[in-house]
Design a protein around this ligand. Structure first.
Ligand code: ZN
Ligand code: ZN
Length: 238
């Protein structure tokens, strides 16, 4: 029987991509105090569309990050379903999922897990619902999106730790922050050559200060917006 189980396990390991099996939790449970933006809101305004002149970021292995393609309507759709939370000053979060197509990472689904939001955090529940959905639809995890109801678009220390789990799993994983009060959207990643390792080795939890230089995170430059279909799957139990 043990041998059969091992064969079964091996089979599962082969047929199910690792990424679909593991979902980092969105936020730590402890909230000590809020650390303010690492940069001023001016510095982290939405990047301009033309990024062609800037050098591309490399992974820690020196590999070029593959493009991640986001549906243009993603942010608007997310803000619409987050609206009632946002007006009650509660964060909302969602998982970006999709597939690899011709060496591009296509975000095709926005999954909204069962969650509890506060003014500066969002904690997911019943994550197995998300795993199941991704398994059934063969979707890999490509990042996450969350609102800052009253703050600017930046990654807090808790956000950095949340994103670290995504980026360790998928080098191209992106963190999108929607700050409707400031009409800002941030598309971020941990700096592959420094921030990723730093945060992976930081043992603190809750909101806590990090050194700001060299930068732990940066604007993503490997994403593109495209007019494409987006499936929104709201798994919140009403
Ligand atoms: Zn945040
Ligand atoms: Zn830390």
């Amino acid at each position: 029987m043990a041998a059969l189980a091992a064969v079964k396990a091996a089979k599962t390991a082969i047929t199910v991509p690792m990424e679909t099996k593991y979902l980092p939790s969105i936020a730590s449970k402890t909230v000590i105090n809020d650390d303010k933006a690492l940069k001023t809101s001016k510095e982290i305004k939405t990047p301009t569309v033309d990024r062609s002149t800037k050098p591309s970021l490399l992974t820690s292995n020196g590999l070029l990050l593959r493009d991640i393609i986001l549906p243009t309507k993603l942010m608007h759709n997310f803000l619409t379903l987050a609206f009632s939370n946002t007006t009650s000053n509660k964060e909302t979060c969602g998982i970006l999922a999709g597939r690899l197509e011709r060496n591009k990472l296509m975000v095709t689904h926005l999954l909204i897990p069962e969650q509890t939001g506060t003014p500066d955090s969002c904690t997911t529940h019943n994550e197995e619902d998300i795993f199941d959905y991704q398994d059934q639809h063969n979707l890999i995890t490509l990042g996450w999106i969350h609102t800052h109801p009253t703050q600017t678009a930046f990654l807090s220390s808790v956000d950095l730790h949340t994103h670290c789990a995504y980026q360790l799993m998928m080098a191209e994983a992106i963190a999108i922050v929607c700050a409707p009060k400031y009409d800002e959207t941030g598309f971020f990643i941990l700096t592959p050559d420094y921030g990723l390792d730093f945060i992976a080795n930081c043992r603190e939890t809750g909101f806590h200060p990090h050194p700001t230089e060299p930068p732990l995170y940066t604007k993503a430059r490997h994403y593109k917006l495209d007019v494409m279909a987006l499936q929104v799957v709201d798994l919140r139990r009403k």
